[in-house]
Write a new protein. Structure first.
Length: 256
């Protein structure tokens, strides 16, 4: 006997095939059968012709703060999303030393258009390091599968504080510390490095912030991944915005 059968569904297989009317059988959390099933199940659901498909993987979300107070990650589940990737554009909330929380959330508020009051009152700060942030997510148990990038702007803010919005380039020591935080974040479960190539971003109290992936920081972070493949394995670099010359950026993979 199967655990679950969903009957009379318009099934999209996620591979680009034409939809078919079929039943879907599930055993131990895995889809095991698709077709006209005679086998009974402990639970049976009639889809009544509604569409049934694999869950959507949303590669670009900004749930980093919301997930700490809203495990449902509304409204994504209602839209068919089952996996959310966070930390995009280089912005997030971890790692974040406690004295820099206000600066970090102002970045989110200004750059990503989030309500500052909601961030101040909503975020449950039970972490400072990236590892502690992921541990908090595990305790929360989000409704969706989640994956988190290490954010370039987050690392700048964690090391440089408010100067990250006004100081064009970090000192050698600051850059070395940022790279070390990146290594630690990757070791603790980050899926890669995210940044923003938009030329004029504004952080904090509307201070101008020019994305620095076009200078030495980008290359230093890339080398951290490329030179240590045994530690990181295949890793993602996810820039967002426009490259010099006007070409669009896209998620890239580094295999060392």
């Amino acid at each position: 006997m199967l655990d679950l059968v969903i009957r009379d569904a318009q099934v999209f297989d996620g591979l680009g095939s034409a939809p078919v009317h079929a039943d879907v059988g599930v055993q131990d959390g895995v889809v095991t059968q698709i077709g006209r099933l005679s086998e009974r199940a402990q639970q049976e659901v009639s889809a009544q012709g509604l569409s049934l498909m694999p869950g959507i993987v949303d590669l670009h979300t900004h749930f980093d703060a919301q997930v700490t107070w809203d495990p449902s990650l509304s409204p994504s589940p209602g839209l068919g999303v089952t996996t959310a990737v966070m930390g995009n554009c280089g912005f997030g909330i971890a790692p974040c030393p406690a004295p820099l929380r206000e600066t970090m959330i102002k970045n989110l508020s200004v750059v990503e258009g989030m309500d500052l009051h909601a961030l101040r009152t909503g975020i449950q700060w039970e972490f400072e390091s990236f590892a502690d942030y992921l541990q908090q997510l595990r305790r929360i148990g989000p409704y969706l599968n989640t994956a988190v990038f290490a954010g370039h702007s987050v690392l700048r803010t964690a090391v440089m504080g408010e100067a990250g919005s006004t100081q064009v380039e970090p000192t050698d020591d600051q850059l070395a510390t940022m790279c070390q935080l990146f290594r630690e974040s990757m070791a603790d479960g980050a899926i890669g490095l995210a940044g923003d190539l938009a030329r004029l971003k504004r952080q904090g109290a509307a201070a101008p912030f020019e994305a620095l992936f076009v200078n030495i920081e980008h290359f230093r972070f890339s080398f951290v991944i490329a030179r240590e493949p045994d530690r990181f394995g295949p890793s993602l670099w996810s820039p967002y915005g426009t490259l010099p010359g006007g070409s669009s950026s896209s998620t890239k993979q580094s295999n060392g």
